[in-house]
Design a protein. Sequence first.
Length: 158
Amino acid sequence: MLKLYNSTLNTIRQFPFLRKYPAVKELMKYSLVGNLSNILDLGLYIYLTRAFFFWREHYLTANIFTMLIASIVRFIFHKHWTFRDNGKNIHWQYFKFILVMILGSIINELVLFITVEHIGCHDIIGKIIGLAIGTLIVYSLTKKWVFNKEELNNKINN
């Protein structure tokens, strides 16, 4: 299995398109980490709200809890793999990341609440819609504000 994984990664790394446009590679890594953490978030949410009566009754609280767990995983992978940030100021970055995640959580909570309570969607559908909308906003803020990638790219190009 590990050989297949490494072989697949080596094949992908050799794509001329990715070598020419590293921003696309970064976006693909961000998407992979984001999607895996969203799957973790959604899986935990489904487990908690379906296996435990308390969490079923308090689905908005379950949503916050599962998003917090997924955000820790997301930060670690984005810092070390997606953006390859070796900055020493990890506490300040994590604080900014948490602020971004809070904004993402608020967006997710609002979308979940509106879709369930006002539109009448199933809560899992509302959760997926909230994750999609929140992810777009969180990506921009994570890249530009948390890890200062726009600033670093400008310094390199000048």
